[in-house]
Design a protein. Structure first.
Ligand code: CMX
Length: 133
């Protein structure tokens, strides 16, 4: 894996959390984007080579809504950039990790993404992602 591409943080309200993170990081949010297939609204901040992604649920069945109900606001996932997401998915599967989709999905910020179930990763939800070129 190449680098930590972003850290995802589940929040109740982007309207509240965007100004908070702008103050905290001393940098403006550069993009807000809805990912309808994931039922989330996202907001991104660049921090050097990595990003912070704030995630707000747009529907009760959203993974973010479930997470907020169960655990409250906080760190939701770590995303690693990979050079070849198909090869990396095969490698992770062969190592016994449980992938949450059979094929990469289209995520926010022009990425192909795939999640790894937190049960096999010490309780941390891992995303791998690759820029769509
Ligand atoms: N980090 C760590 N653990 C998590 C978690 C997270 N983000 N979300 C859920 N869990 C835990 C649950 O608390 C539960 O733990 P226990 O068994 O100890 O109670 C366990 O994982 C399994 O939970 P579950 O009830 O079987 O399943 P959920 O319905 O909560 O779904 C998960 C969990 C990870 C499979 C689901 O959230 C998923 O498919 N996530 C991938 C997609 C996603 O997160 N999309 C939103 C972000 C999209 C984006 O970044 O664009």
């Amino acid at each position: 894996m190449l680098k930590v591409e972003h850290i995802g943080i589940a929040v109740k309200s982007l309207d509240v959390s965007i100004p908070l993170f702008e103050k905290l990081l001393n940098t403006p949010c550069y993009k807000k984007e809805e990912v309808a297939s994931e039922n989330v609204l996202t907001a991104f901040f660049q921090q050097g080579e990595s990003k912070i992604e704030l995630l707000e649920a747009t529907a009760p069945e959203s993974a973010i809504a479930k997470y907020l109900d169960k655990k409250g606001e906080g760190m939701h996932h770590i995303a690693f950039e990979v050079a070849d997401i198909y090869a990396e998915m095969e490698r992770l599967k062969s190592e016994g990790f449980i992938l949450l989709s059979e094929t990469p999905k289209k995520g926010a910020d022009n990425k192909l993404i795939c999640f790894v179930h937190p049960k096999n990763t010490n309780g941390v939800l891992i995303e791998i992602c690759q820029e769509i070129r």
